[in-house]
Design a protein. Structure first.
Length: 207
């Protein structure tokens, strides 16, 4: 119980800090910080808060989230909507849209935490196979557009975000492939023979 409480406290503290007006203003003053710092930070807060869910709540979620598919689809749809420039503009001008954005990111972090491990490598591949190309396409759009897509941000800031989105997609993809290779290598490692283990411990194998 103590181990579950620590992530919950960390997630709550992170959420409170992120909700402070000066924190939001600092992150939302730049387009790339708005999307690449604020979004992941709220996802992390939600993932940490999910550790406090009791087993009964986890079981209830698992009934409609078989193999993590529903949760990961919800995360992908959430991020796709929030990447729309018009949504970023509205979030800066309307407090109700801002509150909805932050609450949705928090819930998406919870869904990501509860769905990632049950999804397995195959579903994770399909999730990232949709999310990462979307990041690349949106990033290239931000770079190539001669006009400001977000009225609140300058054209240079928009192009910088595009480059960071493409680079972030590459880093995430490489990290997942490296982690997948490590997992698969661990599964294929044959167990040591019983005789070798007893030889290492100086004991004779049982007869």
């Amino acid at each position: 119980m103590v181990n579950a409480r620590r992530p919950w406290l960390a997630g709550g503290a992170l959420g409170l800090v992120l909700a402070l007006p000066w924190t939001r203003e600092a992150m939302e003053s730049s387009m790339w910080r708005h999307m690449l710092l604020q979004f992941p930070a709220w996802l992390l807060a939600g993932a940490l808060l999910a550790a406090a869910l009791p087993p009964r709540a986890r079981a209830a979620v698992a009934r409609w989230n078989a193999h993590g598919i529903a949760g990961l689809v919800a995360v992908a749809v959430t991020l796709a909507v929030l990447m729309v420039p018009r949504v970023l503009d509205l979030a800066l001008r309307r407090p109700d849209i801002e509150a909805a954005k932050l609450a949705t990111l928090l819930l998406a972090g919870v869904a990501l935490r509860l769905s990632w491990r049950p999804a397995g490598l195959v579903v994770q591949f399909f999730f990232l196979g949709n999310l990462l190309p979307m990041m690349v396409v949106v990033g290239q759009l931000y770079i190539d557009s001669p006009l400001r897509l977000c009225n609140a941000y300058l054209l240079d800031d928009q192009a910088r975000l595009g480059a960071w989105l493409i680079g972030g997609a590459a880093v995430l993809g490489a990290a997942w492939l490296a982690w997948t290779g490590w997992v698969l290598a661990g599964r294929q490692t044959p167990p040591a023979p019983a005789g070798a283990l007893h030889g290492m411990t100086g004991q004779n194998p049982p007869r």
